[in-house]
Design a protein around this ligand. Sequence first.
Ligand SMILES: C[S@@+](CC[C@H](N)C(=O)[O-])C[C@H]1O[C@@H](n2cnc3c(N)ncnc32)[C@H](O)[C@@H]1O
Length: 182
Amino acid sequence: MKLFVKEVVNSIKHIGAIAPSSRYLANNIIKHINFEDNQVIMEFGSGNGAITKQILKQMPSSSRLISLEINDPFLKHCQDKFKVYNNFEIYNHSAIEFDSLLKQLEIEKVDYLISSLPLAILPKADLDVLFKKIPQYLINDGSFVQYQYSLNKYKFLKSVFDNVTLGFTPINLPPAFIYKCT
Ligand SMILES: C[S@@+](CC[C@H](N)C(=O)[O-])C[C@H]1O[C@@H](n2cnc3c(N)ncnc32)[C@H](O)[C@@H]1O
């Protein structure tokens, strides 16, 4: 929590939150993942690892979690905190260009994209580039799961995906909406 507060003060523009996700929010997000062997899960914006931790706790060892984080202190924190997991990788690589990393790693598609990106403050050009690519990189029955503190991108997400279901977690600072998009 101390690291989170420090990084929020240094970089609120990129973090877009005042506190890490609560365990309730993290669990409500990952209940949308149907964990199976040999999956690839990609996470956008691991922060200090609130959601990362819950994914790693449930993910089988044959599956792989690839997290992207552009904040170095958060990246180092997660590298250290989750070093016991051989199926976890984290890169200082922007989620906007997640496809170039997948190409480097020779991965065609992923099963799940779990995003904590602050969509409300992302530049429109980045948003458009990112969401044009996301559906192309999900397997057929894959999902994109995102949380937000407001509903301001609900309509936008419905314009990108065939199906968007909405959830709500009151026990979080602030309370959060969860979009599951397929
Ligand atoms: C709202 S915080 C969420 C952190 C954590 N997942 C949680 O739920 O507590 C958003 C995170 O996304 C990261 N971030 C912002 N823009 C990013 C980008 N373009 N690529 C990768 N990570 C990014 C920030 O550095 C920050 O750690």
